[in-house]
Design a protein around this ligand. Structure first.
Ligand code: SAM
Length: 253
């Protein structure tokens, strides 16, 4: 991939390539005065955008998205749906996913079986502190706060709706040993926690590892659900018999 593009999020690269493909096809159509049906025009744009995505080595699923993007827009446009619906859908997506297009960490939830597996990694009788980085809807926190009430649980969440949801869940469930904060995990001080839990995506793992190494105290525990850290094998792993056969990667600092 050209170095100018490398620093951009994949969604922005895809959008730039769509614009480039649209401009190129429009230019050729105008130059040679072709009379193309709208569906042929958008299919050509999609084909060119997918080819460009392939050339800059975007992940395979982007090729399908690029191919289908303008034809889908044309189809939806022909359905004459009121524009307000698109605004509502956009706002819902925005408050749920926020800047996932940039962080590349969308909202999906750990299974109940992962919550139970996490219980086995917590100190049995003494007080401890736990943080969920990207705490989503607060399920991990409220579950552990209930089963291990001698711990203190904190979550940090970037996306507004999951944050409000988890805040309400904590307040309504009267979990006194649980807090959640709206903000970025990159601003959290990990030295405050005995157990640091993350369920993110492959993208931030390398950076998160360096942050954990720099900040976490000796003997504290870093647990990642599903996503390993490249070149840093964990001390132990725990396979969970849930729908995805999740793996917990566990490092003692
Ligand atoms: C895969 S979900 C995990 C939710 C929850 N921890 C669980 O295990 O069920 C990841 C969450 O991290 C949040 N997130 C992504 N980047 C973040 C960041 N830099 N700071 C805080 N939260 C972030 C997303 O909004 C999303 O809700």
């Amino acid at each position: 991939m050209p170095s100018a593009l490398k620093s951009l999020p994949p969604a922005i690269i895809a959008l730039l390539l769509q614009v480039a493909a649209f401009t190129a096809v429009l230019f050729v159509v105008r130059l040679f005065q072709f009379q193309l049906a709208p569906i042929v025009f958008v299919l050509l744009c999609g084909l060119l955008a997918a080819t460009l995505s392939h050339l800059v080595k975007q992940a395979r699923w982007w090729l399908y998205i690029q191919l289908a993007f303008l034809p889908s827009m044309l189809l939806v446009y022909s359905l004459d749906i009121p524009p307000t619906l698109f605004l509502v859908a956009f706002v819902i997506m925005l408050v749920v996913y926020w800047s996932a297009f940039r962080t590349q960490v969308p909202l999906y939830l750990s299974s109940n079986k992962v919550w139970q597996a996490l219980e086995t990694q917590l100190p049995a009788n003494q007080s401890f502190t736990f943080i969920d980085l990207g705490s989503g809807l607060g399920g991990v926190l409220t579950h552990l706060a209930k089963t291990h009430p001698h711990g203190h649980y904190h979550g940090v969440e970037y996306a507004p709706l999951p944050f409000v949801w988890s805040w309400l869940r904590i307040k309504l469930g009267k979990h006194k040993n649980c807090t959640v904060q709206w903000g970025s995990m990159w601003d959290s001080d990990l030295s405050q926690y005995d157990v640091v839990f993350a369920y993110l995506s492959p993208v931030p793992m390398e950076r998160l590892w360096h942050k954990a190494r720099a900040e976490m105290q000796t003997e504290s525990v870093f647990i990642s659900n599903t996503f390993a850290v490249p070149d840093h094998p964990p001390q132990s792993t725990l396979t969970v018999e849930d729908l995805h056969t999740s793996t917990l990667y566990i490092w003692k600092m």
